[in-house]
Each structure stands twice: as structure tokens, then as C-alpha cells.
Design a protein around this ligand. Structure first.
Ligand code: UDP
Length: 267
């Protein structure tokens, strides 16, 4: 039995090595969206790239970018700088996929922060990854962690912390997180705050992967309902979020700006 288990492990490892090298070869396969390079990986390839980052242990930044992030980067040099130095930028919106398609470099599927948190928590159970949740209102990250521990037994979330503190405290908060030695640090404080935190915290925490994941903890804690499948299927997740929280209008306003900028760039 034991031997068979070892053989199976070897087969799995080989398969994952092949996938990782496929993903590595495609590492330069990015599409430029308004000056921001976005990776064209599928969801599974993205997971393989993240696995590789964790194995290599070099601190890296991952961004789940939507159209509002690309718009924000046009007028926020600090945020833009983080996007340009990020090791992985996933396409977390239909808008980005639309723009990529217009450039003749389609992105096969959306790679969202919520789905990555879920899938990487499942992998944590298999591979023992140490995960830290930073962000959202007091208690929400812990509720999200509890829900994910139940969903993926063995999921190794080693610590949680709320995300309401001033930017001047970034280094102090990073020093509090560093002793947890996370392999993956999820930061759910909204764009661009979370990416700026990640850039400041990187040399202190040195997590192999630090990723901004927006409102993901609100979703897993049950505080916010994820859009029904029908809304997701028709790329109307933004409309659902707007219906639940009209304060999100500033984010929705970014969409026409994004579309206009992409069309202007073409002409
Ligand atoms: N948040 C936080 N600290 C702040 C501001 C916001 O932790 O200073 C949290 C907020 O509670 C929410 C998340 O950041 O859980 C932002 O979610 P949103 O859906 O707005 O993210 P985005 O649309 O940028 O992906």
C-alpha cells in the first residue's frame, strides 16, 4: 500500500513538474493592457505557477487585476509601479478579457481572486502550504478562515488579521505577520491599498507569494453573497455587487473610462 502511495506521488510530482515547466515557458506570454502586462495563463496554469513560486521561495507579488485596477494605474504612479513589478497579473474581469481579445491575444478564462483563494486553500490541505489572511473588517478574516477550514479539511491557515489600519502602520503590521512565515499571504484590503501594502511588506514578511484578493474574505465569511451563477455567466458580477452595495458605483464608473481608453489606444 505504502509503496503504491509513493509511486502515485512520483507520478503526480512528474505531472506537476511538466505543468510547471509549461507554465514557465509561457512566463513571457503577457498581453499589454493600457501599459500593464497581464498574464494569459489559464486558471490551472496560474495554480502551477503559484506552486512553483512557493517551491522557489523567492518573495513574489501576484495581482488579480480588473478594469478598475488598470484605470487606477493610469493616474496612481505608486500603484502602477507595483503592477509593473508584479510577477503575476491575472485577468480578474470580463473587461480585461475583452481588451485582450481586441489585441488578438485572447485570455482563455477569467482568473479571479475569490477562486484562487478557494483553490489555494484546497492545495494547502494537500501540500501543507502556510497561508495568512490579512484584511476586511474585524473578525471577517477569521470567519472566512473557519469556513475554508471546514470546506477543505487540513487547510493550513496559520493566522488572520483585520485590514483597517493606517498606511503609516504598514511596516509594524508586516512585522507582526512575519513570524507566522506564510508561504502565501492573501491581502484583502481593496485595490490599490492592498498592493501598496504588499510592496512595503514584501522585504519584511518575505512570503513566497503575496496576493491582493479584494473582497474575497467578505464572500467566504458569508458577509457578502457571491453573484449567482447566472450573473457570473453573463459577466454581470459587477452589477450584482452594485445592487448589494451602491457605494461601489465609483468602481463601476471606471468601466466606461476603461473601454474608451482601450478604443482610443487602438485608433
Ligand atoms: N478593507 C480593508 N481595509 C481598508 C479598506 C477596505 O481591509 O482600509 C476591506 C473591506 O472590508 C473589504 C475589502 O477590503 O473586505 C475590499 O473589498 P472590495 O470588494 O471593495 O475590493 P475590490 O473591489 O477592490 O476588489
Amino acid at each position: 500500500m505504502r509503496r503504491r502511495g509513493t509511486e502515485r506521488q512520483q507520478v503526480d510530482l512528474t505531472a506537476s513538474n511538466i505543468m510547471a515547466s509549461v507554465a514557465t515557458e509561457q512566463a513571457q506570454d503577457r498581453v499589454d493592457i493600457l501599459g500593464i502586462p497581464v498574464d494569459r495563463f489559464t486558471f490551472d496554469q496560474t495554480l502551477e505557477v503559484i506552486d512553483r513560486f512557493v517551491r522557489e521561495k523567492t518573495p513574489r507579488i501576484a495581482v488579480t487585476a480588473d478594469s478598475s485596477a488598470i484605470v487606477a494605474a493610469q493616474s496612481d504612479p505608486e500603484f502602477r509601479e507595483v503592477l509593473l513589478r508584479a510577477d503575476l497579473v491575472t485577468a480578474d474581469s470580463a473587461g480585461i478579457r475583452w481588451a485582450a481579445r481586441r489585441k488578438g491575444m485572447p485570455i482563455v478564462e477569467r482568473v479571479s481572486g475569490v477562486d484562487l483563494v478557494d483553490a489555494l486553500c484546497a492545495r494547502s490541505a494537500d501540500h501543507g502550504y502556510r497561508i495568512f489572511f490579512l484584511g476586511a473588517a474585524a473578525g471577517v478574516a477569521e470567519m472566512a478562515a473557519e469556513a475554508l477550514r471546514l470546506k477543505h479539511p487540513g487547510c493550513n491557515i496559520v493566522g488572520t488579521r483585520h485590514g483597517f489600519f493606517p498606511a503609516e502602520s504598514d511596516e509594524v503590521v508586516a512585522s507582526e505577520i512575519a513570524p507566522y512565515r506564510p508561504d502565501i499571504l492573501f491581502v484583502a484590503m481593496g485595490i490599490p491599498r492592498q498592493e501598496k501594502f504588499i510592496a512595503r511588506a514584501l522585504p519584511i514578511i518575505q512570503a513566497p507569494v503575496s496576493m491582493g484578493v479584494g473582497g474575497s474574505f467578505d464572500v467566504f465569511s458569508g458577509k457578502v453573497k457571491r453573484a449567482p451563477r447566472l450573473f457570473q455567466r453573463f459577466n454581470l458580477e459587477w452589477l450584482w455587487r452594485l445592487m448589494l452595495n451602491p457605494k461601489k458605483f465609483s468602481k463601476v464608473k471606471a468601466l466606461p473610462k476603461f473601454v474608451l481608453a482601450v478604443l482610443r489606444e487602438e485608433s
